[in-house]
Write a protein that binds this ligand. Structure first.
Ligand SMILES: *Cc1c(COP(=O)(O)O)cnc(C)c1O
Length: 424
């Protein structure tokens, strides 16, 4: 084993450092496997109940009327995530698009959106208009209010109660921490928050940005009262195979609104050819529970290694997990860059290229991204990124297989070791 790692550029010292932690993590990994087993059966059950068959993989072109594969997949998603209806389309280009679609289609001028969990994901700032942007909700007269989490990471219940009024139409709850260092919310916590909000205003739409959270737990937010969950197919539910796409699952009225906005009033879900990608959506969903488990193991492995070396990690080495993101604070630009270079160097694709910081559309600071992915930008595949700003935190996620995740982390450690940034 050491020899093959050495062939890939991992020194014996680095390899042995990793082995120690892997042995200690055996029990936690078994727990993750049990969640994966449950979720695998959930997906298979949804596929069986909706009679998925070979004809579902044919795809359609043009208008895409009566696209059986597309319609059946949406029923499978609805069943799997406990929604009344689903919109799962290659025409939804990314997670931000899915979220923008869910918001813009369910809000009208004069309505207000509330985020009771603090600042949303960077790209949503322009969708909402927190940062002025063409086509934002703000331009359409939809206002926004935010209540931050308390300093201990819990909900500011009093602040939330005060922030809800007659124009509050929708609350948006981001499950994952995204590019922040707040804790990720568990499904149980999301349920408590929704129950609290619904008691104050029963008809408010509760939307959950589910990005990175799918299949991490046995339950999903629709099971604890959410009206709509939204996410990207190049993250967990695409299982690494979907080459594009986003989803919205939830109440039929919410999903219908989104469909009329995505295509056209009057047309809704009836159009939208699935082209040649529909089989990969099915296969990706089928693999998603085990792929998510691999990503989780990789994240926990990284937390344990880097915490032991004195780098702050969120979540920490022992915490329970509610998404697949691991934040590792490298404390210097050199550290962040070395970490990302290691992830890149471990990739099956583009391992020979060197990631450099750049200004990405939708982001405020320079960002460095490492990804040697089969699907461009896919972050269920092993990837790391982080804004070049204090305290130089890398957000590490993915790993289609645990063994690749392990190699990536060992390679990141190798790069830090070579740069003299850690002593083993
Ligand atoms: C990734 C992500 C998004 C945006 O998805 P993109 O596909 O990158 O547009 C939104 N919210 C959260 C929490 C995310 O992790």
């Amino acid at each position: 084993m050491e020899a093959i790692y050495q062939k890939l550029g991992i020194d014996e010292k680095v390899f042995l450092y990793g082995q120690k932690f892997e042995r200690e993590l055996k029990e936690r990994f078994e727990e993750i496997d049990r969640t994966a087993e449950y979720n695998q059966l959930k997906v298979i059950h949804a596929m069986q109940s909706h009679r998925v068959s070979a004809e579902c993989f044919m795809g359609s072109s043009g208008y895409g009327y009566n696209d059986m594969g597309r319609d059946t997949l949406e029923e499978v998603y609805a069943a799997c995530f406990h929604g009344e209806a689903a919109l799962v389309r290659p025409q939804i280009t990314c997670g931000t698009h899915a979220l923008a679609l869910a918001l813009m289609s369910n809000l009208r001028p004069g309505d207000e959106v509330l985020s009771p969990v603090g600042k949303p994901y960077d790209t949503l700032e322009e969708v909402i208009g927190i940062r002025p942007s063409k086509g934002s909700l703000a331009e359409y007269g939809i206002t926004y209010r935010q209540v931050d989490l308390l300093s201990d990471g819990t909900f500011d219940l009093e602040g939330i109660r005060k922030a809800i009024h007659e124009r509050t139409k929708l609350i948006t709850i981001q499950r994952s921490k995204g590019y922040q260092t707040r804790p990720t919310l568990s499904v149980a916590q999301i349920g408590e928050l929704i129950a609290y909000v619904k008691k104050i205003k029963p008809d408010v739409i509760c939307m959950v940005d589910n990005c990175y959270g799918e299949f991490v737990e046995q339950r999903e937010p629709l099971e604890v009262g959410a009206d709509m969950i939204v996410g990207s197919l190049i993250k967990n539910p695409g299982g690494g195979l979907a080459p594009i796409g986003g989803y919205i699952v939830g109440k039929k009225a919410c999903v219908d609104n989104a469909a009329y906005r995505l295509t056209s009033p009057g047309l809704g879900k009836e159009v939208g050819a699935s082209l040649g990608v529909i089989q990969s959506f099915y296969q990706g969903l089928f693999l998603a529970p085990t792929v998510t488990a691999s990503a989780l193991k990789s994240a926990i492995f990284a937390a344990n290694i880097y915490e032991s070396l004195g780098f702050p990690v969120i979540p920490d080495s022992r915490e329970s997990r509610h998404d697949i993101i691991q934040a590792v604070t490298l404390k210097s630009p050199e550290g962040l860059i070395a970490f990302c270079k290691g992830i890149q160097a471990a990739a099956p694709v583009d391992s020979h290229v060197t990631p450099e910081p750049w200004v990405m559309p939708g982001y405020d600071d320079e960002v460095i991204m490492a990804a040697g992915a089969f699907v461009q930008g896919s972050s269920i595949e092993l990837s790391a990124d982080g804004p070049l700003r204090e305290p130089y935190t890398a957000y590490f996620q993915g790993g289609l297989t645990w063994y690749h995740g392990k190699l990536g982390i060992l390679m990141s450690l190798q790069k830090l070791y070579e740069a003299g940034l850690v002593i083993l």
